[in-house]
Design a protein around this ligand. Structure first.
Ligand SMILES: [Zn+2]
Length: 354
């Protein structure tokens, strides 16, 4: 395998690089690392991941909605007219596995396999079918949505599970996904593997949900930092996908602040914290050429990730972007019908977005 690309939605540079996380520190010592900034106007999952996928700014690719939905003039993964990184890699002759990368769907073809990402319908294309039971829950919002409910979504979940229980469930889902990925790599090897874990973003949103339940009382930011500590203990398992690879990329779309602020109200809702701009880019190059100088370097933007990765794989970003036709080449279907819109809204509500 040539590339393992690990996405960590919401991983903050300040916490990843400055908190005492022993395994992360060891990795950083072998890597080039930097803050990977979300754009000033779009510190959101949809635009930022699309910039990572395409190497373009939000203005250029047109995905401006928080969650990359095809609403209010925003493009979506389905309507995007520009090629994404796995399409460019496919064009260059490399196969790709894509698991739970945010906003992805199965409407665009991939040479390899793809399991769609939040908040779109769970779907898969290619050879991942037998692993789907392990990959059903892309994150906690899928579970929340699937729980039987008699009233509104959040009430059912948050009244039945404590914060600690929710966090235990999050961790369990991560361990399952790690196992599923190891099996996939073994049974269906690809040249380039993309996998995304969203617990660092989800814990932030969960904290806000539980904060609301308690009307802002006893606000504690510790659970978020403790999840970084836990993730650090799992780092080796996350990085060991069961095959050797030369190039490791870890990146995030935006961050989450490292310090708790006092709870505040916005738009009638209580928040403890919200996205920050400082995502991460970590590059570990174990190839013989050793093209990457280790150490911390200045910040880059989300849109710099794609050219960087392709360059490290010996590809020319501009040339590949021009040569690759996005698949399908014609603009595909728009959002089709209310049902789909509604289910996406339910998932977002489960996270407390709406
Ligand atoms: Zn995000």
């Amino acid at each position: 395998m040539k590339l393992f690309f690990l996405g960590l939605d919401g991983a903050s540079a300040q916490i990843m690089f400055e908190r005492n996380l022993p395994n992360t520190r060891r990795l950083l010592a072998q890597s080039r690392y930097q803050a990977c900034m979300a754009e000033e106007d779009y510190p959101y999952t949809g635009p930022s991941w699309t910039s990572i996928y395409t190497g373009m700014s939000a203005e250029e690719h047109g995905v401006t909605d928080l969650w990359g939905r095809n609403i209010e003039g925003s493009e979506s993964y389905d309507t995007l007219r520009d090629p994404v990184i796995w399409e460019m890699l496919n064009h260059a002759g490399m196969s790709t596995g894509v698991v739970h990368m945010p906003m992805t769907t199965c409407t665009r073809q991939v040479n390899g396999y793809i399991v769609s990402g939040f908040p779109n319908d769970l779907d898969h294309a290619g050879v991942a079918a037998e692993l789907m039971p392990l990959l059903q829950a892309r994150d906690i919002s899928d579970l929340i949505r699937l729980t039987p409910r008699d009233r509104i979504l959040d009430n059912t979940w948050y009244r039945n599970y404590t914060l600690d229980q929710s966090i235990e469930i999050l961790k369990k889902m991560i361990d399952w996904k790690v196992e599923a990925v190891r099996i996939l790599v073994h049974t269906h090897p690809v040249d380039c593997l993309f996998v995304q874990y969203s617990m660092l973003d989800r814990i932030g949103h969960l904290l806000n949900q539980y904060l609301r339940l308690r009307d802002g009382q006893d606000w504690s930011y510790e659970p978020l930092l403790e999840l970084y500590d836990w993730l650090d203990t799992r780092l080796e398992a996350l990085l060991d996908v069961g095959a050797d690879y030369e190039l490791l990329i870890i990146t995030s779309d935006h961050g989450w602040p490292a310090q708790a602020t006092e709870p505040y109200s916005y738009d009638g809702k209580l928040f403890g914290a919200w996205h920050s701009h400082d995502g991460v880019l970590i590059v570990r190059d174990l190839s013989e050429a050793g093209r990457v100088q280790t150490g911390r370097t200045g910040p880059c933007y989300n849109r710099d990730v794609c050219p960087t990765v392709l360059g490290l794989l010996g590809q020319d970003y501009e040339a590949l972007r021009n040569a690759t036709s996005p698949r399908p080449a014609e603009r595909p279907r728009q959002f089709d019908g209310k049902a789909s819109e509604q289910t996406i809204e339910e998932r977002l509500r489960a996270l407390g977005y709406l």
